[in-house]
Design a protein around this ligand. Sequence first.
Ligand SMILES: CC(=O)N[C@@H](CCC[C@H](N)C(=O)O)C(=O)O
Length: 372
Amino acid sequence: MTAFDLQTVRRELHQIPELGFEEEKTQSYLLTKIQEMATDRVEVKTWRTGVLVHISGTNPAQRIGFRSDMDGLPILEDTGFDFASTHAGKMHACGHDFHMTIALAAMEKIIAQPIKDDVLFIFQPAEEGPGGAKPMIASDEFLVWKPDTIFALHIAPELPVGKVSSKPGLLFANTSELFLDFKGLGGHAAYPHLAKDMTVAASNFVVQAQQIVSRRLNPLDGSVVTIGKMESGFVQNAIAETARLEGTIRTTEASSIVLVKDELEKLIKGFEIAYDCQIDVDYGSNYYQVVNETKYVDQFKNSLQHTDITYVQASAAMTGEDFGDMLKEIPGFMFWLGVDSPYGLHHAKLAPNEEALSVGVEAVETFIRSFD
Ligand SMILES: CC(=O)N[C@@H](CCC[C@H](N)C(=O)O)C(=O)O
């Protein structure tokens, strides 16, 4: 049991989603909750819009870190919930409201009954972009409390409530954002021969880019090029002078990200000639793969044996997570928490089952106590 209601906290957080490094309301909400549960063992630091909470152990030999991300997505919520987002066009569509609620509740339990070791709860901004993990772990605020091991969870819509899953080794892919700006020549819709149509150029680019995955990369290595957003033109009867594509590259091999970028650049050169246009590319933020340390995955799995939580073996996924950048520096692992939603991550109707909140709290607390 916690002193606060998990569902209420999750719903209050759900109503105030904020984009990366804009999480001011979320930060102040978390700080209020943390103050309510703080004792003289607890120290709090802020880093940009993030929060670090250090709980001194009774006889510390090491420090265990648990990380929750904080940001929402630029998605217009379509759940119909009476606790839907109050921030127009923004939504907790990746479950970070769940992650933060679970972190707060697990923290409350560790404060109430500290373990031997120190524990650090990390609320990290900007996971969806531009990436808060890398700058956070390089900050003085983090380095003074750098954990010896670190772990995190992510909600899994396709997994039933009561189940968690993970695996040793690769869990999530390498990622790079992709932004392409096309500049041609606009004109009247009736005179295509006098214009350089960027709707046609960008549309063909989307199709051609798919062949990098199917024809240039080793089919045994996983890779994805997804264009999630496409914009061009202003009106139905004018040829578009500009177009913009926004997407993401995913690969299971760190080195394949470079290969995909090389191939994209060849394509860009070809398109600039073929469509007589200019194409500018920007790769935005890049996240390193999430690689789990076997010993901690085993410890997690074993720690759950005396609970009702079922551990199942996961497969690697092409999702990305800047937690990979933390795991590159600090050994640990990440696990999926079953939330049984009919709609998936990043869907405007994502509806995780709130019964999974207490399962998440139990899994996190149980793993932390397994160091005792
Ligand atoms: C778990 C999850 O859904 N993470 C995001 C991370 C996004 C990274 C970046 N903005 C990109 O799109 O490359 C994901 O989309 O996998």
